[in-house]
Design a protein around this ligand. Structure first.
Ligand SMILES: Nc1nc2c(ncn2[C@@H]2O[C@H](COP(=O)(O)OP(=O)(O)OP(=O)(O)O)[C@@H](O)[C@H]2O)c(=O)[nH]1
Ligand SMILES: [Mg+2]
Length: 201
């Protein structure tokens, strides 16, 4: 079986890097030179359509990893990728903008998936934590999520490290398993309860 996982998030969060780090095949990417201001002066390219990688799980099972462009002018791709996704990873870089960016992308995922008449499990990956000087950016008090009642799990991740991205995807597959076994309201109740027990909300 194959599951499509959409990676969303702002420019430079690490979507292309994460998919490339973990993919078992050579990734398809659609990188072009960065014409708009990049938050990272060493980041020279940006995604204009999508990234595509595959993580083999064994047997006939695999995750198809699809990265969205961070730039809002390519947001038509968000709708296309979310329509195919069984789960969503939102990557945001730790820093002073993190909360604002998270709230924006959570709202986008909720709006677009509700527009498609469904809800999907969401996991938040917090990147760049090693590079942040201002720890205020790490104080996540996330508000809102695709079901508007629960807070998706937040997983620290270094998109450059395969093992780190695998751990993030283990959380995603755990939520996918629950979503396959249970109807969506039960999934959301479970997410909500687990987040509450973990002190995330
Ligand atoms: N220090 C640090 N750098 C990271 C981390 N994760 C990713 N990076 C770097 O941050 C940059 C991320 O670039 P991309 O993967 O192209 O970002 P993207 O989210 O695909 O951006 P767009 O396609 O432009 O929306 C790369 O230079 C990575 O090497 C991290 O946890 N720490
Ligand atoms: Mg990219």
């Amino acid at each position: 079986m194959e599951w499509n996982i959409a990676f969303m998030g702002p420019v430079g969060a690490g979507k292309t890097t994460a998919i490339s780090s973990v993919s078992d095949i050579d990734c398809l990417d659609t990188e072009v030179a960065h014409y708009e201001g990049s938050p990272d002066s060493s980041k020279l390219t940006t995604t204009v359509a999508l990234d595509m990688g595959v993580l083999e799980l064994g047997g006939d099972d695999r995750l198809r990893l699809q990265g969205a462009p961070g730039q809002q002018r390519f947001d038509y791709m968000w709708d296309i990728l979310l329509a195919q996704a069984q789960a969503v990873v939102i990557l945001v870089g730790a820093g002073v903008q993190a909360q604002q960016e998270l709230d924006f992308y959570l709202a986008q995922v909720r709006r677009l998936t509700e527009g498609q008449g469904r809800a999907v499990p969401v996991v938040i990956g917090l990147t760049h934590a090693d590079a942040v000087q201002d720890s205020a950016g790490l104080r996540f008090a996330g508000q809102g999520c695709p079901c508007s009642q629960c807070q998706p799990p937040i997983v620290p991740v270094d998109a450059r490290e395969r093992g780190s991205v695998v751990r993030l995807l283990q959380v995603v597959t755990a939520l996918l398993e629950v979503s396959v076994r249970h109807p969506e309201p039960a999934l959301h109740q479970w997410q909500c309860q687990m987040a509450g027990r973990a002190g995330l909300q």
